[in-house]
Ligand binder design. Structure first.
Ligand code: GLU
Length: 425
């Protein structure tokens, strides 16, 4: 399999929408280039006393609509092209849901699972010091992403406060509640995706009980999505994490509460144990990640990394809906095949925008010194997601295109206005 550069994919997606709406070439050209690329050295004293220096990045893609916004990823595969793509996707994402931010993303190339808690804290604080000159509540506001947690956000906020001499919780979102986080931020990505899926299900007049679901990735987005779908009557029949995948051949549907509990506690509970591919229960079968993607389901939820549905496997995807909770899970070649096969992709920049939307609520509360309750947060989130879904669906009908291109079109309307205003064209 050839390696796919995710930034090239992001540009191809932009190109497709730009052609369809006859986008002003000036806007197109601006959006093809990140405004700033920051690369930093992240020195960490390891537990054995040795010093290691890791590569860190922060890409600030576009700020025409507001401060740069987007997560920080700690992952061994993280590199500059990945971070550039993720930053660009944040620009479109914030525009799709109409929150007043541009797009940014950061990360460190590291296998953070191998670090001790103390090393992880030193790494996070070192990264905070390295990027402190480039971020700030009205400049660039990071957040969690793959393998970064509320605790890591709290360390970064604290370190930023020390460097600048004043506490600024609004410099980063996704913090724990006690460090200025928002109610609902932890479940927001999945919740937003759930609203988008519900909107589409209504359009198709499909019922949850008819739908079998496979979820790839069991982190914050995937595991919460499993709970929401299960509670709404969908049948979860396959799940995976970085270690392996499981298929329920009984078609009874898995109970995410059991999966989460047994995965977390890493102990047998009621005869069940899931640690990656190990799950002891009659009727459950361990499968490969590739088999999970091609499982006989109605809805496939990629909730892990980029480049999962490609020109190599899109022909074999059986789902009717691909709900992208991950960023960039489908390549342009994959998209083309899925579109031809009339499989609907509910695209990342719409489907996973609930996370950054509640990040915006968190930032807004921090800036105003307010605290909102969960009901307030979810009422606002639901409205934003439903409005965004309606706008994207309308663009899809108007231009007779797929949902991803429609989401780009919807984003580009807002971005064009802001870019024109910024440059005075
Ligand atoms: N990392 C998340 C995303 O890709 C959240 C970003 C944020 O909350 O700023 O959308």
């Amino acid at each position: 399999m050839t390696t796919i550069n995710p930034f090239e994919s992001a540009l191809k997606q932009l190109e497709k929408a730009a052609k369809l709406v006859n986008l002003d070439p000036k806007i197109n050209e601006i959006l093809r280039h990140p405004e700033h690329i920051v690369q930093v050295a992240v020195p960490v004293i390891m537990d054995d006393g040795a010093l290691k220096v890791f590569e860190g990045y922060r890409v600030q893609h576009n700020s025409a609509r507001g401060p740069y916004k987007g997560g920080l990823r700690f992952h061994p595969q993280t590199d500059l092209n990945e971070v550039k793509a993720l930053a660009a996707w944040m620009t479109w994402k914030c525009a799709v849901v109409g929150i007043p931010y541009g797009g940014g993303k950061g990360g460190i190339t590291i296998d953070s699972k191998k670090l001790s808690p103390a090393e992880l804290e030193r790494l996070s604080r070192s990264f905070a010091r390295a990027i402190a000159p480039f971020i700030g509540p009205t400049v660039d506001v990071p957040a969690p992403d793959v393998y970064t947690t509320p605790q890591i956000m709290a360390w970064i906020a604290d370190e930023y406060g020390k460097v600048t001499g004043k506490p600024s919780p609004a410099v980063i979102t996704g913090k724990p509640l006690e460090a200025g986080g928002s109610q609902g931020r932890d479940t927001a990505t999945a919740q937003g995706g759930f609203y988008v899926l519900s909107g589409f299900m209504q359009k198709m007049n499909w019922q949850p009980a008819q739908m079998k679901v496979a979820i790839q990735g069991y982190g914050n987005a995937g595991s919460v999505m499993a709970q929401l779908l299960h509670a709404a009557g969908y049948k979860i029949v396959a799940v995976s994490d970085s270690k392996g995948a499981l298929l329920d051949t009984t078609s009874a549907g898995m109970n995410p509460a059991h999966l989460a509990k047994t995965k977390k506690e890493k102990t047998f509970a009621g005869g069940e144990y899931w640690n990656g591919s190990v799950y002891v229960r009659e009727g459950y079968k361990t499968i490969t990640n590739a088999e999970l993607l091609e499982a006989d389901v109605d809805i496939l939820v990629p909730a892990a990394l980029e480049n999962q549905i490609t020109g190599d496997n899109a022909e074999r995807i059986k789902a009717k809906i691909v709900l992208e909770l991950a960023n960039g899970p489908t390549t342009p070649e994959g998209d083309e095949i899925l579109a031809r096969r009339q499989i609907t992709v509910l695209p990342d920049i719409l489907a996973n925008a609930g996370g950054v939307t509640v990040s915006y609520f968190e930032w807004d509360q921090n800036m105003k010194g307010e605290t909102w309750d969960k009901a307030q947060v979810f009422t606002k989130l639901e409205k934003i997601m439903n409005d965004a879904f309606a706008a994207v669906y309308a663009a899809k009908e108007k231009y007779n295109t797929d949902m991803r291109t429609a989401a780009y079109i919807s984003a580009l309307e807002r971005l064009s206005q802001a870019i024109n205003k910024k440059y005075g064209w």
